[in-house]
Design a protein around this ligand. Structure first.
Ligand code: B12
Ligand code: SF4
Length: 459
């Protein structure tokens, strides 16, 4: 029987790690569920949440002797993921190390061509359809030959890089087992944050040039049925005691009728958990927001990017800022909080458009405002062809791909200017909206003797 150890490496994604939000690694939990369903053994270590370091991972490998180790990797986490993989490789040179997640989906070829890379296998994109066959292949000696025959698996074999095409996207999301949350420290997450994520759909039909969502999970919006979703919500509430659900899909309300059905199910099943969601403004109507409010929704998060329509259009962001204003207004009327995300450093940005961004953010009066500097993530059009947007990528240290750090240069705006402007917008927003609630990531208390870059809890 195959055994594996799945690991979420240490995280750090903001200027002050005490404000970082640690979410359960749902991708790993989905994969673990498929492995368990296929009768395999597996475990998940969430290093930041469990306050574990590399030595703890090595000790666990020594104890459990898994057939392979799997690491999940976003761009910002790549340096930490690679460091962990190196430590594992050094102590256990024969243990296959598999890596997946958004970052490696776009960088697999580069990674595997590097002879110094500690990663043996890369899986690009969704992996539920790959993981059981891969697990079988990695069990026992001569695993490379077997793994090379698994569709969707990329690896180095006999000094050559074999890039198997990605498998097709999972058509029926209802067919997936629920994420194996029982393998995660759910009680710790609950004490840390009252909400927990649920993904109800995959794929994004929009093509914002700063985002790789469509490439990662496809441009077709695939979605779970309301009952399938509500079964998961009930499990989270009943088994793990969460009172707030975070629908962290890319575009939760893309299908209006589905959202209304989800609301109906919340009410029919008498689920009193409150919820928040991430979406695009133009998918919402006032009537929908009213129904969402009745069903427990208290917060809607929307990306705005710039207050300047032209800049948004140049970035492939087709939302109209008039609609954003309208939705924020509806939210006020209906009694749902709104959180708007603004991005600075877009193609064509000038000091003048930055002023307009700030003015717009304050004028529409959302309950929470978040600013980030545009980051050229691999897999985005911006990263692939920055010249087409008059953007120069200057930062290549992925650990610095943070929302408050500029890795780009624009005509007339150096990276340092963008960072100062980010600071100015944040500061002016606080000063000018002092009497209102504005989204501020609040520093969390930390153990005095904490030796990890993570938030600690007693016990
Ligand atoms: C929820 C979420 C968060 C949460 C939690 C993240 C987490 N720990 O999971 C929070 C709020 C913390 C967060 C933060 C950030 N996020 Co975020 N987030 C998401 C979101 C919306 C859902 C993630 C998810 O659960 N997906 C569902 C699961 C099933 O998919 P998955 O995780 O990709 O896993 C599948 C595959 O990737 C693969 N896989 C994953 N790991 C492994 C491992 C192995 C061994 C194998 C074989 C396969 C495999 O198989 C899984 C099952 O199919 C995604 C968008 C999205 N739709 O995925 C963005 C996304 C992951 N975030 C993104 C970004 C940019 C950020 C931030 C940098 C934002 C910021 N500017 O501050 C930070 C950085 C976090 C970090 N440290 O890296 C980008 C990542 C881009 C990139 N190149 O890395 C994404 C893809 C959004 C986007 N479209 O651009 N995020
Ligand atoms: S920013 Fe949102 S709407 Fe645009 S492509 Fe990404 S996920 Fe889709």
């Amino acid at each position: 029987m195959g055994t594996s150890l799945l690991v979420q490496p240490e995280l750090r994604w903001s200027v002050d790690y005490r404000t970082d939000y640690i979410a359960p690694p749902l991708g790993l939990a989905y994969l673990a569920a498929v492995l368990l369903q296929n009768g395999r053994q597996t475990a998940i270590l969430d290093l930041p949440m469990a306050r574990l370091g590399h030595e703890d991972v090595l000790a666990r490998i020594r104890k459990d002797q898994p057939d392979w180790v799997g690491l999940t990797c976003t761009t910002m986490n790549f340096p930490r993921t690679e460091a962990l993989a190196r430590d594992i490789k050094q102590r256990f040179p024969d243990l296959p190390i598999v890596v997946g997640g958004p970052h490696v989906t776009y960088t697999a070829a580069t990674l595997l061509r590097d002879p110094q890379s500690p990663f043996d296998v890369v899986v690009r994109g969704e992996a539920e359809d790959v993981i059981a066959d891969l697990d079988l292949a990695l069990t026992g000696a001569d695993w490379r030959e077997r793994a090379a025959r698994v569709p969707g698996v990329c690896l180095r074999i006999d000094g050559q890089v074999s890039l198997s095409p990605r498998t097709s996207l999972i058509a029926d999301l209802n067919s997936l087992p629920r994420p194996a949350r029982h393998l995660l420290p759910m009680e710790r997450y609950r004490r840390y944050q009252p909400h927990t994520p649920v993904i109800t759909s995959r794929g994004c039909p929009f093509t914002c040039h700063f985002c790789s969502a469509g490439q990662m999970q496809g441009s077709k919006f695939r979605f779970r049925s309301p009952d399938n979703i509500l079964d998961e919500v009930e499990e989270i509430v009943d088994t793990y005691g969460f009172e707030v659900i975070h629908f962290s899909d890319d575009t939760f309300s893309y299908h209006r009728s589905r959202v209304l059905e989800i609301c109906d199910r919340f009410l029919q099943r008498g689920i009193t958990a409150r919820w928040l969601c991430e979406t695009r403004a133009e998918t919402l109507t006032e009537a929908m927001l009213r129904r969402m409010k009745e069903a427990g929704c208290f917060l809607v998060t929307m990306g705005v990017e710039s207050g300047c329509q032209k800049l948004n259009e140049r970035m492939g962001r087709r939302s109209h800022i008039g609609h954003i204003r309208q939705v924020v207004d509806w939210c006020h009327r209906v009694g749902i909080e709104s959180r708007t995300g603004f991005m600075i450093g877009l193609a064509g940005e000038t000091r003048d458009t930055l002023d307009r961004c700030l003015e717009f953010a304050l004028e529409i009066r959302p309950d929470h405002i978040a600013y980030s500097i545009m980051t050229p993530y691999p897999g985005t059009r911006i990263a692939e062809d920055p010249g087409a947007f008059d953007i120069e990528i200057v930062g290549r240290d992925f650990s610095e791909y943070r929302h408050d750090k500029a890795n780009i240069r624009l005509p007339g705006l150096e990276p340092v200017d963008l960072e100062r402007e980010w600071m100015r917008l944040v500061a002016e927003t606080y000063v000018r909206k002092e009497e209102e609630t504005v989204f501020v990531p609040t520093p969390k208390p930390m153990c005095q003797d904490c030796r990890h870059d993570a938030i600690c809890f007693p016990g």
